[in-house]
Design a protein around this ligand. Structure first.
Ligand code: NAD
Ligand code: TYD
Length: 351
């Protein structure tokens, strides 16, 4: 099985590539342009595997994408390359529009060009998995879950750009017959997570005795999924999902942000610098503009149709994650010092 992965040097992409190379035994081509969020150190465990190749290229470059398809000849495409951080999209949306929308178009164009030239049998077996987020559905109130049929209602420049790319992917199926499948997943966490997102930022700030900035009152709810559960779900959907269908991915682990931060502090109190409780560092800061109140996923279609189930609970996953950061300073220290040191993003005057 030959799988072209885009964004394989990112957080979820690297977990997926490690899974495909080491556990599935697929031939993998990782196409990634290495933005601030792309990090080949996350792929150290597979970099010299005979079934792994890396191509540094921008998905917006249509000629290079066509060449990559022609020379690698994938059976499956798993498209993860994106700008992924909501706060950065608030500070400036240019890269989000370019990569998430134009880049997805460019990749769909290259995939269609390649697929058009395949023999009938390969044509019907080919799959293009477009990897998306539950944030396209907007914000929930206290009750209810996102289902595959929930109307799109994105709030941030990030989620609006992902919504646009989902529509493009489905349109390429309906119009051209390209065997596209779309997955919409809840918030991921786990090892190799770039320390701009809530969980790794809180862990590293707490380790360094810095304030833990909780937006607003901390009552916003996210539905957390351990990244390795997501990687298994993505392979399941790409290999067995039905063309033209969407699959929600989530592990029924809703938590308020403030409770997540308290849990991280409590784990650290037990194992690291326990003179004073880490929760003393929690600081309420100005809320995020357009902050979605609650996300929660109904993953029963994926569970009943394709037999996937999350293996980690939030309790087991967060424990593993905190310990991973304690043991892997070689990975995060250069990022904190040279790429992003944790300053507030996504606030602007006049709001
Ligand atoms: P990430 O920001 O950690 O990684 C993105 C990767 O894409 C990086 O390696 C980057 O170098 C690469 N990339 C960016 N622009 C590119 C371009 N123009 N050409 C080639 N490569 C490019 O992102 P992530 O958190 O791993 O998310 C991966 C995908 O999963 C995204 O599509 C995101 O929308 C989706 N998703 C993320 C979450 C989450 O909680 N992080 C949840 C659901 C869905
Ligand atoms: P984040 O990890 O950025 O993911 P997303 O916005 O895609 O859900 O944020 C998760 C939640 O944590 C979100 O409600 C915003 C909040 N948050 C904070 O309270 N403080 C922070 O420093 C960050 C980065 C996020």
């Amino acid at each position: 099985m030959r799988i072209l992965v885009t964004g394989g040097a990112g957080f979820i992409g690297s977990a997926l590539v490690r899974h495909l190379v080491s556990e599935i035994g697929a031939e993998v081509l990782n196409v990634d342009t290495l933005t601030y969020a792309g990090n080949l150190a996350s792929l150290k465990s597979v970099e010299s595997a005979p079934n792994y190749q890396f191509l540094r290229a921008d998905i917006c470059d249509r000629a290079r994408m066509r060449e990559a398809f022609a020379s690698f000849r994938p059976d499956i495409v798993m498209h993860l390359a994106a700008e992924s951080h909501v706060d950065r999209s608030i500070s400036g949306a240019d890269d989000f529009i370019q990569t998430n929308i134009v880049g997805t178009f460019s990749l769909l164009d290259a995939a269609r060009h390649y697929w058009d030239g395949l023999d009938a049998r390969y044509k019907s077996d080919f799959r293009f998995l477009h990897v998306s987020t539950d944030e396209v559905y907007g914000s929930l109130g206290d009750e209810g879950l996102f289902e595959e049929t929930t109307p799109y209602d994105p709030s941030s420049p990030y989620s609006a750009s992902k919504a646009a790319s989902d529509h493009l992917a489905i349109a390429w199926h309906r119009t051209y017959g390209l065997p596209v499948v779309v997955s919409n997943c809840s918030n991921n966490y786990g090892p190799f997570h770039f320390p701009e997102k809530l969980i790794p930022l809180m862990i590293l700030n707490a380790l360094e005795g810095k304030p833990l900035p909780v937006y607003g009152n901390g009552a916003n709810v996210r539905d957390w999924l351990y990244v390795e559960d997501h990687a298994r779900a993505l392979f399941t959907i790409a290999s067995r999902g039905r063309p033209g269908e969407k699959y929600n991915v989530g592990g029924r682990n809703e938590r308020r942000n403030i409770d997540v931060v308290h849990r991280i502090c409590a784990i650290l109190d037990g194992v690291y610098d326990n003179k004073e409780p880490h929760a003393r560092l929690i600081t309420n800061v100005t809320d995020r503009p357009g902050h979605d109140a609650r996300y929660a996923i109904d993953a029963s279609k994926l569970e009943s149709e394709l037999g996937w189930k999350a293996q980690e609970t939030f309790e087991t996953g967060i424990e593993k994650t905190v310990h991973w950061y304690l043991e892997n300073e070689w990975w995060w220290r250069p990022l904190r010092e040279k790429v992003y040191s944790g300053e507030r993003l996504g606030v602007f005057k006049g709001r």
